[in-house]
Write a protein that binds this ligand. Structure first.
Ligand SMILES: Nc1ncnc2c1ncn2[C@@H]1O[C@H](COP(=O)(O)OP(=O)(O)OP(=O)(O)O)[C@@H](O)[C@H]1O
Ligand SMILES: [Zn+2]
Length: 524
């Protein structure tokens, strides 16, 4: 997931595209298009054999194999229709993700090649008729799609719409990788997973939903994290890779694997109300590392849980990713390679920015690469390959208390000030009633009025006690990261101006309060 350079929050980088922390755009470069061998590369990339003009684009199955395939498909379609008629298909399907046969991420087995196809069946012609009549696609493009395999990394906000449109369009095989399970807060944008799938592995849930949409596509769910030890073996088995993940180490891992395996990478990111799309390592264009040779500092990266995202924005970017995949797979039109498409939802504006060409000194796709095998990307980026472990450790243990410790001192009526440093929009969602609210941003800006409000509150509380020791300020935020940053700021305030402030942070923040102390406190 990512953000545009103009993301709210200014300095935040996105977990997805690693921008925000901006690439040094250089306008005016000619896109590096390698015309030579373009067709060859394209064929290899989509794994499709281009049928000759003499080959029939017919609806009547021409040989026994096609006949069988068409009959099987017709029967399946008939069965599906019958199920739809009965009106209880959804109920029957409720547990069908349990039946999804999984691929192994540990040592991915070699997948059988997709069958060679020379003609479409009548059922396929009917099913794909609205796109078959597009001269740009036609039967030839549809057959190429049917021979194409796409690996989708991440079945979340981007992966769901992407996979949905690829399945509907009739790609041959979809590999679906995700290590997570469906959560309630996913449902606002991860449109393949329904309420009944909460707690289920996303890869299987997605495969089950997609199978209902188009049973002719092969789905291979991989329940687990894409890791350096197996990524290359997996990526080699697919023609095109779509990065729909949400963290920087995975972005580098997927990109490097694509360069080493020679696969095009369609990469999307979305955060807040902005999204980005790029095609890397395709037709001589740059790779992700060409643009972002170094990862951003981990504490500048924002994710959807912290920054928020509108489902429609991930939907738009996911669909644009699907479009790029379909174009590459079918050989239709020109690709976005060499450009980055940026979407600003509030302005309703798309911008296409020309990227620097492939860098001759790129560590992985350059002329003498130093990265020749996959690495430890968590170490390289200094952050986890999941956005689940988001806890920063900025303060020594003595400056932190647990939610249980804070509850105990609250029960004992120990005089103190509770300072909530979340952004105003989050404080409107829920808050502890006795907290003073000053956003971290105001502290970072040393906003005088805010600091005065803090001093006033400390003064008021002090009046209630004879104790002459400095009154403690306990700082809370959503997860316990911003609160540590706030404590550092308070500790650095000049004592002669503000008096000495004894500040401590509450570990795990209000979400730890909700899970460990008060289950009625909302989680978000
Ligand atoms: N290395 C990886 N291997 C497999 N799946 C990954 C990897 N990195 C990220 N993902 C998956 O990519 C998806 C990204 O989607 P998205 O950010 O919309 O979902 P999320 O992480 O569930 O959201 P939230 O942050 O709101 O909880 C997630 O489902 C996540 O599990
Ligand atoms: Zn590169």
């Amino acid at each position: 997931r990512g953000c545009g350079p103009r993301s709210a929050g200014g300095s935040a980088s996105c977990a997805g595209c690693a921008s925000g922390w901006r690439p040094s755009w250089r306008g005016g470069d000619t896109a590096e298009q390698e015309e030579d061998g373009e067709r060859e590369r394209d064929e290899a990339a989509c794994g499709a054999r281009q049928p000759s003009a003499a080959e029939p684009a017919r609806g009547d199955a021409g040989d026994a194999e096609d006949e069988d395939g068409a009959r099987g498909l017709r029967e399946r379609l008939a069965a599906e229709l019958a199920r739809g008629d009965s009106g209880d298909a959804d109920e029957e399907d409720e547990d069908d993700d349990e039946e999804e046969e999984e691929g192994s991420l540990g040592f991915p087995a070699e997948l059988p090649p997709l069958p060679a196809r020379s003609a479409l069946s009548a059922a396929e012609i009917l099913r794909y008729s609205r796109q078959l009549v597009l001269p740009e696609l036609g039967v030839r493009g549809q057959l190429r799609l049917a021979r194409s395999s796409v690996l989708v990394v991440g079945c979340g906000g981007l992966g769901c719409p992407l996979a949905q449109y690829l399945a509907a369009a009739g790609v041959g095989r979809l590999g679906l990788v995700d290590h997570d399970v469906v959560e309630t807060s996913n449902l606002q944008r991860q449109v393949l997973h329904g309420e009944a799938r909460r707690g289920r592995p996303k890869a299987r849930s997605a495969a089950a939903a997609l199978r209902r949409l188009n049973s002719a596509v092969q789905y291979v769910p991989y329940r687990g994290a894409l890791r350096p030890r197996s990524a290359l073996r997996l990526v080699r088995q697919y023609d095109i890779v779509a990065d729909c993940s949400d963290n920087v180490p995975t972005r580098y891992l997927v990109s490097d694997a694509c360069v080493l395996a020679g696969k095009p990478l369609v990469s999307g990111s979305a955060l807040r109300l902005e999204g980005q799309l790029a095609v890397y390592n395709y037709r001589g264009g740059p790779c992700y590392r060409c643009l972002f040779p170094r990862p951003p500092p981990p504490d500048t990266v924002t994710n959807c849980a912290d920054g928020g995202v509108l489902g429609a924005v991930t939907g738009i970017i996911g669909c644009l990713q699907a479009l790029e995949v379909l174009k590459i797979a079918s050989g239709m039109g020109s690709s976005l390679s060499g450009y980055m498409l940026m979407f600003d939802a509030l302005e309703g504006r798309f911008r296409n920015i020309k990227l620097r060409p492939r860098k001759a000194d790129c560590a992985v796709c350059g002329d003498s690469p130093s990265v020749t095998c996959l690495q430890d990307y968590e170490a390289f980026c200094g952050s986890c390959a999941t956005d689940k472990c988001r806890a920063l450790q900025l303060l020594p243990g003595a400056d932190r208390v647990s939610v249980q410790q804070y509850k105990a001192l609250l029960d004992a009526r120990v005089p103190h000030v509770l300072l909530d440093v979340r952004p105003p929009v989050e404080a409107e969602i829920c808050r502890l009633p006795h907290a003073l609210h000053i956003p971290l941003r105001s502290l970072q800006d040393r906003d005088q009025e805010s600091l005065q409000r803090l001093q006033n509150r400390i003064g008021e509380e002090k009046q209630r006690t004879d104790d002459q020791t400095p009154l403690p300020v306990y700082v809370v935020c959503k997860l316990g990261n911003d609160s540590q940053k706030a404590v550092k700021i308070l500790q650095e305030l000049p004592a002669e101006e503000f008096g000495s402030v004894v500040a401590k942070d509450i570990k795990g923040g209000l979400m730890a309060w909700a899970t460990k102390i008060d289950s009625t406190f909302p989680q978000y």
